[in-house]
Design a protein around this ligand. Structure first.
Ligand code: ZN
Length: 275
């Protein structure tokens, strides 16, 4: 029986991995996605017929899609994953513009309630090659919630992201970074924390944020910021081109994991991904 349940869940997870482009390995049992056996089997058949993980195609082979072919990642060069939490907001498109102008990507850990308000922005994040992660529906401290409330926070936000963009999000960042091994297992998604904390919410000062980023980052870092402040959008206009000039490739969490050969595993947490 347990095997049956496991295979059902794995089938669902495989489906969930289809659009993310990330190599997600799920070891834990997410116990709150009810799917009937027959449905799971038909989904499983679907997955087998349609191998899912998209590979990065070298630029010259992707002539029909110039937009994507412009960006190639050199696995031997340093990389950083910028992350922006608590949005989307009216400032998110500015940050996306800056990323685009610098041939870069980032990961946006959105709140479900904001994703519902800024559906077009969620879609834009995906269209422009960045990544969307799950920061719960309304920024509750998950360590203080019941199992049912935790699953509602995660699943409703995945629903909001999917509704606006068709994107199946697989990464979770718990609000305040508050989680522990037990909670991570309950969330049953890769848990993304950070190695550089800009404290942009505290300073609200573009110059301070810029200096913090430029003085602190190193290869493999995951940088925490918030796309709900004008100061952070302004800072991005300065430090993003500067980081690129310094030789850093600005990539999504999934890209960083992929190029570092690190499987993103459900229930595991990640602070950075150095070589
Ligand atoms: Zn937050």
């Amino acid at each position: 029986m347990l095997n049956k349940v496991l295979s059902t869940v794995m089938a669902v997870i495989m489906i969930f991995s289809v659009n993310t482009g990330s190599a997600v390995v799920n070891e834990e049992l997410p116990n709150y996605i009810p799917v009937s056996d027959s449905e799971a089997e038909s989904r499983e058949a679907d997955v087998i017929q349609n191998p899912t993980v998209e590979k990065v195609v070298p630029a010259e082979k992707e002539e029909e899609n110039e937009e994507e072919s412009k960006r190639t990642i050199d696995p031997d060069k340093p990389m950083i994953a910028l992350t922006f939490d608590d949005g989307p907001s009216k400032y998110t498109p500015e940050i996306l513009d800056t990323l685009k102008n610098n041939n870069s990507s980032a990961t946006f850990f959105v709140l479900g309630q904001e994703a519902d308000k800024y559906k077009d922005t969620v879609k834009l994040i995906i269209e422009e090659g960045s990544e969307v992660g799950n920061h719960t529906y309304n920024h509750k401290d998950l360590t203080k919630l019941s199992d049912e409330e935790i699953s509602n926070q995660i699943l409703s936000t995945e629903g909001s992201i999917y509704d606006s963009s068709g994107y199946v999000s697989s990464l979770v960042r718990p609000p305040y970074g508050a989680s522990n091994a037990t909670l991570n297992k309950k969330i049953s998604r890769p848990i993304i924390k950070w190695s550089v904390d800009t404290r942009d919410w505290q300073s609200r000062d573009a110059q301070k944020v810029t200096i913090h980023v430029l003085n602190t980052v190193k290869d493999g870092d995951i940088v925490l910021m918030h796309d709900i402040y004008k100061s952070t959008a302004d800072a991005s206009k300065i430090f993003i081109p500067k980081l690129v000039e310094m030789g850093y490739q600005l990539v999504t969490i999934s890209e960083l994991a992929e190029y570092r050969g690190l499987p993103l595993t459900a229930g595991q947490q990640y602070y950075n991904m150095p070589k």
